[in-house]
Design a protein around this ligand. Structure first.
Ligand SMILES: O=c1[nH]cnc2c(O)c(F)c(-c3ccc(F)cc3)c(-c3ccc(F)cc3)c12
Ligand SMILES: [Mg+2]
Length: 214
């Protein structure tokens, strides 16, 4: 049995990136995806937009739906102020196992809590399991068909507050039409589309940033 793509990505990080240096972990993964094997990390172009949204918001509590190999987890956590917490949910155990090691290599264990399981089951448990009141920031990057139900679940569980920012990846490719329809027509959100490209390609994709108005 051979290695998987996430395992080969992790091997590249452990071989080439500097331990405790998130920027070198990010650069190593981007190089691997451009020159060795494409992988579905948010990437450097959309990643810069993610960075600017997180930096401007300076969140104390953040949630990521969809960890994959931990690339965006590292991008977000490296920008969080001391004492802040990023909770990241991953359904696939093999992805979670790789992500834990990528996050550890970047030296970000104290800012990140990776939880394995389906987002639909875990979101209602956020308050009781992790003492979360509300999230300041949510990055949606798991599965296109879960964006809308999980957003409604976050609302219903009282996990959003006036000003919470939702940032959704892949709203064009592969596309999340039901989510966009809901969020752009809801009086409870103010949305803006950031045009970009599918990671490591010239194909159009983009991020949708939505502020919950309460
Ligand atoms: O599923 C995802 N979650 C999060 N981010 C993703 C992402 O950033 C992507 F670029 C893709 C993508 C897009 C185009 C493509 F050709 C291959 C993969 C996917 C994706 C889409 C459909 C699938 F069947 C499997 C994966 C995802
Ligand atoms: Mg994505």
């Amino acid at each position: 049995t051979g290695s998987t793509r996430p395992q080969r990505l992790l091997r590249a990080v452990q071989k080439k990136a500097t331990q405790g240096d998130p920027q070198s972990v990010i650069a190593t993964i981007d190089h691997f995806c451009r020159h060795s094997e494409w992988a579905m990390n948010v990437g450097d172009e959309k990643g810069s937009i993610l960075d600017s949204v997180v930096t401007e918001l300076n969140p104390s509590s953040a949630l990521e739906l969809g960890t994959y190999c931990g690339y965006s987890t590292v991008r977000i956590a490296r920008l969080l102020p001391p004492g802040s917490k990023l909770i990241t949910l991953e359904f696939n155990p093999a992805y979670a196992a790789v992500a834990r090691q990528v996050i550890a290599w970047a030296g970000l264990n104290d800012k990140v809590q990776l939880v394995e399981g389906p987002s639909g089951d875990l979101i209602p448990q956020m308050k009781e399991l992790f003492g979360v009141q509300t999230f300041d920031f949510v990055f949606l990057d798991h599965w296109k068909d879960r964006y809308l139900p999980d957003t409604k679940l976050l609302e219903e569980c009282g996990l959003l507050r006036k000003g919470t920012v939702l940032l959704a990846d892949n709203v064009i490719c592969p596309g999340t039409p039901e989510y966009l329809e809901y969020i752009r027509n809801s009086s409870r959100y103010e949305s803006r589309y950031f045009k970009s490209h599918l990671e490591y390609t010239k194909v159009e994709d983009g991020l949708e940033k939505s502020v919950f108005l309460g």
